[in-house]
Design a protein around this ligand. Structure first.
Ligand SMILES: [Zn+2]
Length: 260
């Protein structure tokens, strides 16, 4: 059991890192794509993993669904911003550029300066984007439910903490917390281990199995819905688990009402 937990965390760490790297490369990572890559190219290199149930790592990728901070229960999706993608690309180019310069040369100093300023630019763009999203959410939704990332617990793991700060989840939550207070919105944080992906958003039935290839959630009650959208709706409906900042009832339907 302990080995399984370690395995799951290991894969989760890998996933977060890969997510951040591919994201910076301007690619659009999904838990599904990463899982495929992992199965084909990463897992074979670690023989100890073949002794453990493959279900463990598959679920780790489900948990990677925290990336759905961009999927709202009303179906809205926040896309990756182009300026950021471009700036991140330039950043890696400047990195390569620096490594080609002769040590101690003036050109190397120049390259180092432009690399540093590009780093700053990328960080600013990322923070800007986060602010736009969190402001939009806090202003336009009376009730917001997000999955808890258990950041505190994960911060004990330095590598993971780094991945999180790169991804900006911690900052995302921090901004949401104070902005919701500012605009009088309710912020509810639900347990990360709540099976939002496997729960039907209409009747509440929890599936025993939900393979990662099932992009459409189908339930006995007749519900058919995009998987991420269903999970987002479940989170909106079920503000269960431990609640950090919730005051009052859970989100009604998550469709949000304009506060303007
Ligand atoms: Zn159902």
């Amino acid at each position: 059991m302990a080995r399984h937990a370690g395995y799951s965390r290991w894969v989760f760490n890998w996933g977060l890192k890969a997510w951040s790297v591919t994201y910076k490369e301007g690619l659009k990572p999904t838990a599904n794509k990463l899982k495929k890559f992992y199965t084909n190219y990463v897992k074979p290199h670690y023989s100890w993993q073949s002794q453990l149930s493959s279900r463990v790592y598959q679920y780790a990728f489900v948990d990677l669904g925290i990336k759905t901070l961009a999927t709202l229960s009303n179906g809205e999706v926040f896309p990756n911003l182009k300026p950021y993608r471009k700036a991140a690309k330039k950043l890696s180019r400047l990195h390569r550029n620096l490594s080609r310069k002769v040590k101690g040369s003036k050109n190397r100093t120049k390259a180092r300066i432009s690399l540093a300023s590009q780093h700053l630019k990328v960080a600013n763009l990322r923070r800007d984007y986060l602010h736009k999203i969190t402001s939009y959410l806090a202003k336009n939704f009376s009730s917001i439910v997000i999955e808890d990332l258990n950041v505190k617990g994960m911060l004990a793991n330095r590598k993971l903490a780094k991945a999180i700060s790169e991804l900006g989840f911690y900052e995302f939550r921090r901004q949401l917390e104070y902005k919701c207070e500012l605009y009088g919105s309710k912020l509810t944080i639900v347990d990360r281990w709540f099976p939002s992906s496997k729960t039907c958003s209409r009747c509440g039935l929890i599936k025993k199995e939900l393979s990662l290839s099932e992009r459409i959630y189908r339930c006995e009650c007749g519900l058919e819905m995009d998987r991420d959208l269903n999970a987002a709706k479940v989170l909106a409906n079920q503000a269960v688990g431990y609640t950090v900042l919730a005051c009052g009832q859970s989100a009604a339907d998550g469709s949000g009402r304009s506060r303007k």
